[in-house]
Design a protein around this ligand. Structure first.
Ligand SMILES: *[C@@H]1O[C@H](CO)[C@@H](O)[C@H](O)[C@H]1NC(C)=O
Ligand SMILES: *[C@@H]1O[C@H](CO)[C@@H](O)[C@H](O)[C@H]1NC(C)=O
Ligand SMILES: *[C@@H]1O[C@H](CO)[C@@H](O)[C@H](O)[C@H]1NC(C)=O
Ligand SMILES: *[C@@H]1O[C@H](CO)[C@@H](O)[C@H](O)[C@H]1NC(C)=O
Length: 317
């Protein structure tokens, strides 16, 4: 009986390991959650009104980023575009290949600029995350003068990807603010797009006048840097959502020196919905406390809340 039970409990791993590849599972780092820089405070329930207030708009724009560049430019990507009214497309960059797509748009309903980054499929992301050549490297502090002397390191692969579009993206935001008179900036993304959103959001925050609020939001966000980077992001403010047993928010693992910022909202059950706000960094009661036995790649895509999922399948092309 005991043997049967342990076999059954291994079943989810047996089903997901072929997807991830053993080299990935080895680095998942699940179960290494208990250390002294993981928060343990009890999460608090979030009602749907506050989830909507923080996450709905960023989720809808991040979903559009999975559609083709041409259909985003003309704002005709089908349901994901139709869910957002009064939008003026301003700029896109990247190539939908090695350099992930991003776009900048003006939202007339609240006079804001939105920067949204495309993600990548979870298997590709896990291979970037676990690629041995991508360890922690020094943050390019010439882009972040406030970070000098703070010993900040970030994921090499994320920073290299960020660097490929940083100049054009920042120029687009600055000229977009000037041409539209927008009073606020939202930066958002899912998956790899969420990791890029934390870096471009910090870059934008560093460069816009302090009177312009910058809201950075991520979905299925992997860890992007060390504890000093997490603390730096905390001074700017990041909100991110982790869904049930998605393995992506638990990689790269803490034992390799990676740490999440604060600001996690964790989905326990998307249907009710049962979503909690997780105090501190890497709260053990949220994604960081997940067990290797329960990982679910489908949870990375969704649904998150209001039936919202990510990936290109909802786009017209
Ligand atoms: C949250 O947003 C969804 C989608 O727009 C809407 O259907 C729902 O009524 C909202 N709920 C609350 C409590 O604001
Ligand atoms: C649509 O956007 C324009 C500016 O681009 C703004 O003046 C107008 O109030 C917006 N309309 C709605 C319904 O939000
Ligand atoms: C660091 O940022 C500067 C711009 O501030 C850029 O010119 C340079 O290429 C970046 N360095 C690397 C290694 O990406
Ligand atoms: C800088 O950070 C690394 C890990 O990210 C750590 O090992 C090292 O001790 C830190 N150095 C200082 C001076 O804080």
């Amino acid at each position: 009986m005991l043997a049967l039970l342990s076999l059954l409990s291994l079943l989810p791993v047996a089903l997901t390991l072929p997807l991830l590849g053993f080299e990935h599972a080895r680095f998942l780092g699940l179960g290494d959650s208990t250390d002294d820089n993981s928060a343990t405070d009890t999460p608090t329930a979030l009602d749907l009104a506050s989830v909507n207030a923080t996450f709905l708009k960023p989720a809808l724009f991040a979903r559009v980023a999975y559609c083709s560049s041409a259909s985003i430019t003309s704002w005709s990507c089908g349901a994901p575009c139709q869910a957002l009214k009064n939008i003026t497309f301003l700029q896109s960059g990247g190539d939908e290949g090695a350099i992930p797509l991003y776009y900048i748009a003006h939202d007339g309903t609240d006079n804001s600029l939105v920067v949204a980054h495309e993600g990548t499929d979870p298997k590709k992301l896990l291979s970037i995350l676990n690629d041995a050549q991508f360890g922690l490297v020094a943050l390019n502090s010439s882009r972040f003068p406030d970070s000098v002397g703070q010993n900040i390191t970030v994921h090499d692969g994320f920073q290299q990807t960020f660097e490929r579009t940083a100049d054009g993206l920042l120029a687009g935001v600055m000229s977009g603010l000037a041409s539209t008179g927008a009073t606020k900036v939202f930066v958002t993304g899912h998956s790899l797009g969420a990791a890029l959103a934390t870096m471009t959001g910090a870059l934008i925050k560093t460069n816009v006048p302090s009177s312009v609020p910058v809201e950075i939001t991520g979905f299925g966000l992997p860890r992007g840097g060390n504890e000093e980077w997490a603390n730096f992001l905390d001074t700017i403010g990041v909100n991110f959502m982790s869904n049930q047993n998605d393995p992506v928010p638990t990689v790269p693992p803490k034992f390799l020196g990676f740490q999440h910022s604060s600001g996690e909202a964790h989905i326990i059950d998307p249907s009710t919905p049962n979503i909690v706000s997780c105090p501190g960094q890497d709260n053990e009661n949220c994604a960081t406390g997940n067990s290797l036995l329960d990982i679910s790649i489908p949870n990375h895509l969704g649904p998150y809340f209001n039936g919202l999922s990510f990936g290109g399948s909802q786009c017209d092309d």
